[in-house]
Design a protein around this ligand. Structure first.
Ligand SMILES: Cc1cc2nc3c(=O)[nH]c(=O)nc-3n(C[C@H](O)[C@H](O)[C@H](O)COP(=O)(O)OP(=O)(O)OC[C@H]3O[C@@H](n4cnc5c(N)ncnc54)[C@H](O)[C@@H]3O)c2cc1C
Length: 427
């Protein structure tokens, strides 16, 4: 699903970056020019390491230039569950890392003068079912009592109109730390910042082969050149090809699609989402939406289709979903339709780690990577620069391919079918 995204159409003129030719040397070569890769490079350059980023297409071509731009806290699951699975101290660090990730995006934007329409008004998770609101309340109690975090509040259905002008939901959880931004403007600004620090970014430079020589140098081959480096980082996330089998078979790519309306009036947008928060609901096949700087509604949801006709139907269904949530938008024209791949892992947690051959990686943000991928880049840079000093709660040991990975496409289809059933008939 490669139609022009609204972000691409509104990001302004792109700087053309070179393609890699001949041999180049650096300390760390980074494969993937999304948030994870650019942030790894940015932080390594700041620590005095010479880096090269290789991007198969152009900066932000993957999920980083296509997402909803919602900067959200937390993970796919509750902190209480993570504390049970991973121990309380690890869960606490995970929570802090997720809060810090949004601060990190804001600080990078400020320090580098990246104008990416960042709005820090919090995020809201409306409850699709009454039982979801009960779950939010338990969550809020856990965060306050155990993690001493008091930035979450709950509103009942009767108060919903102060947040969202819709009857679709049964109340909501609000987190004051959330934000939203223009993701591609941020990616392009971060790329400029990397170059300002002396890092090199090569576009249209797909890494097609990785080898190690007898001196432990890593040699990355692209169609027209090579990079020779001390360390390699692979951050291709859901866009991983067959460059590294273990990484490719550890990630489950899932399609998500978005539509954006034509620019609407300030008054209407103010009426729909008065506090201009980032919204992502609690449906299993969720809707996520937000206002844009030019007063469009950007609305996302689940996507998966083969063939042009099926794709059109998915976008029509998404529009129908938008109008069900906000009947006020029934006459709003849709100007953009696009999609991208979200990376899931087997246990729905992001992984940051190192393969047995020394390759560093980070992936699998499960739809919550706009801020976390930027943080993962910082953690990777710190791990490479000061391996003994890093306390990384998302550290993955012994990454192994998912069994029957080749069947994942069927699995995702079945899972989505089950989720839709749960949304319709579950409690
Ligand atoms: C439609 C959509 C909506 C989303 N909405 C949100 C949201 O609102 N909030 C949120 O938190 N998260 C959201 N996400 C998820 C978020 O965008 C991702 O988690 C995040 O951008 C991941 O960044 P990344 O750098 O790891 O991966 P990517 O941005 O996908 O970057 C990987 C890059 O690697 C490149 N690549 C692949 N193979 C090679 C190779 N061999 N050589 C060189 N380059 C290669 C690709 O071209 C790509 O540019 C959304 C995702 C999608 C698709």
């Amino acid at each position: 699903m490669d139609s022009l995204s609204m972000w691409e159409a509104t990001a302004g003129k792109r700087k053309k970056r070179p393609t890699l030719v001949d041999d180049k040397h650096c300390d760390v070569v980074i494969i993937g020019g999304g948030f994870s890769g650019l942030s790894t490079s940015y932080h390594l350059q700041k620590m005095g390491h010479k880096t090269i980023v290789l991007e198969k297409d152009t900066v932000g071509y993957g999920a980083s230039g296509r997402n909803g731009g919602e900067l959200l806290t937390g993970y796919h699951g509750t902190m209480e569950t993570f504390a049970q699975k991973k121990g309380f101290e690890t869960a606490k660090l995970m929570w802090e890392l997720s809060l810090d990730s949004i601060d990190l995006v804001e600080n990078i934007s400020k320090e580098n003068g990246i104008s990416c329409d960042l709005v820090r008004q919090g995020d809201i998770r409306p409850a699709y079912k009454v039982s979801h609101l009960d779950r939010f309340k338990r969550d809020q109690e856990y965060l306050a009592e155990k993690l001493n975090f008091h930035g979450v509040s709950i509103i009942e259905r009767s108060e919903m109109k102060t947040e969202l002008n819709t009857d679709f939901y049964h109340g909501a959880r609000i987190n004051e730390r959330g934000a939203h931004f223009h993701p591609l403007k941020f990616a392009l600004g971060l790329a400029d910042a990397v170059e300002g620090l002396g890092g090199m970014i090569y576009e249209n430079s797909e890494a097609v082969n990785i080898q190690r020589d007898s001196t432990s140098k890593v040699i990355i081959t692209t169609p027209k050149g090579r990079v020779i480096a001390n360390e390699v980082v692979i951050v291709t996330n859901a866009y991983a090809g067959n460059l590294n089998k273990t990484l490719e078979k550890s990630v489950i790519p899932v399609e998500s699609i978005m539509i954006a309306t034509e620019p609407l009036t300030e008054e209407l947008m103010q009426e729909l989402i008065p506090k201009n928060r980032a919204v992502s609901d609690s449906k299993n096949l969720l809707y996520y939406f937000r206002r844009t700087a030019d007063n469009r509604m950007a609305f996302g949801g689940s996507g998966r289709a083969f063939g042009k006709r099926a794709q059109r139907m998915l976008f029509d269904n998404l529009r129908e979903g938008m109008v069900t949530v906000f009947p006020q938008l029934k006459d709003a024209g849709i100007e953009y339709r696009w999609g991208g791949k979200v990376a899931f892992t087997q246990d729905f947690l992001p992984y940051i780690g190192q393969l047995e051959d020394g390759t560093h990686y980070a992936f699998g943000y499960c739809g919550k990577g706009a801020a976390m991928a930027v943080m993962a880049g910082k953690v990777l840079a710190e791990t490479i620069s000061h391996p003994d000093r890093v306390n990384n709660p998302l550290k993955k040991e012994n990454l192994r391919p998912i069994p029957f990975h080749s069947q994942h496409s069927k699995g995702v289809g079945l899972m989505k079918f089950y989720m839709a059933f749960q949304d319709k008939y579950g409690k």
